[in-house]
Design a protein around this ligand. Structure first.
Ligand SMILES: C[S@@+](CC[C@H](N)C(=O)[O-])C[C@H]1O[C@@H](n2cnc3c(N)ncnc32)[C@H](O)[C@@H]1O
Length: 276
């Protein structure tokens, strides 16, 4: 196939650099089965963007069903064009995409709700976050879990904090070849008084140059105790924190364990789980 020079679509770069939907789904399933002694079948992906995780869920098992919610129609449309297009007709019947606000959208009750890549940090007021958690709790079956993730550590509370990773290249379905590229996470602003932060994702793709501020987020960086407290205030019976350890190179070992205490580190990512 002839090499195309078209600029890579940002969603391809984002999905390759940021998302690992199988790791997230495996984790959520493990926690679900630990609490409820059965396999989960239904999933709600909040802030679903391109709905990669919801699509993966319905592709994994013919009994699985998923709802994805995002209020940005163009991103959902991209997901339909590329991720939903990979599904069979039968799998598509078990996938439901809703263009709407996660604070208001209604779905049938599900076994697992997921809000990943820190997306809930758009809610900066405690009342709004509690309202969101209550909405999620109402959307869960009596045997249900809510999984979200959050980052922290000493570097996360620095005004300027950069993290660069090399991401393996790939070819998109429409034939755009992307070589190994750089993903840069920049925490451009951080206000210790409010924990409000502005972060950018930049990419550097050989042959295509630098793509600055591909994505920008204005968030409140919530802390682990705040998230646990607000989950309980919203009616969850239990709120747990799962953290990874570090390998010899100081990288995450990608194995998340239930923790009550841990040593702080420069940077960590945790799953926070609300049990219905
Ligand atoms: C950081 S992306 C997350 C994409 C993907 N789910 C992931 O895990 O990487 C955040 C997404 O949340 C959506 N979003 C932000 N606020 C929202 C809200 N109140 N209701 C629904 N979607 C929202 C944005 O349109 C965007 O697609």
């Amino acid at each position: 196939m002839a090499k195309k020079k078209t600029a890579p679509d940002l969603h391809w770069l984002y999905e390759a650099a940021v998302q690992n939907v199988d790791t997230d789904l495996d984790f959520a399933k493990r926690v679900y089965s630990k609490h409820w002694k059965r396999k989960p079948l239904t999933v709600r992906e909040d802030f679903c963007g391109t709905a990669k995780l919801a699509c993966r869920w319905v592709a994994r098992n013919k009994k699985n069903e998923a709802w994805g919610i995002d209020f940005h129609q163009p991103t959902l449309d991209w997901g339909v064009e590329y991720n939903v297009a990979e599904l069979s007709d039968e799998q598509r019947q078990r996938l439901h995409l809703i263009c709407g606000d996660v604070l208001e959208a209604r779905t049938p009750k599900v076994d697992m709700a997921l809000a990943l890549n820190f997306s809930f940090c758009v809610f900066k007021q405690r009342d709004t976050l509690r309202h969101y958690f209550k909405t999620v709790a109402k959307s869960l079956n009596d045997e249900g879990v809510f999984v979200m993730d959050i980052y922290g550590g000493t570097e996360s509370v620095m005004a300027k904090n950069d993290d660069v990773r090399e991401i393996p290249g790939f070819t998109t379905p429409d034939g755009v070849e992307i070589s190994d590229f750089d993903y840069l996470w920049e925490q451009a602003k951080y206000n210790p008084i409010t924990h409000h932060t502005t972060c950018h994702i930049h990419f550097k793709v050989p042959g295509h140059g630098s793509i600055n501020k591909a994505f920008t987020y204005d968030w409140r960086l919530w802390t682990l105790p705040e998230l646990q407290e607000i989950l309980l205030e919203a009616g969850f019976s239990k709120a747990d924190v799962y953290l990874h350890d570090f390998d010899d190179d100081g990288e995450s070992d990608e194995t998340f364990r239930l923790r009550k205490t841990c040593e702080n580190a420069q940077g960590w990512i945790a799953y926070v789980v609300g049990i219905r």
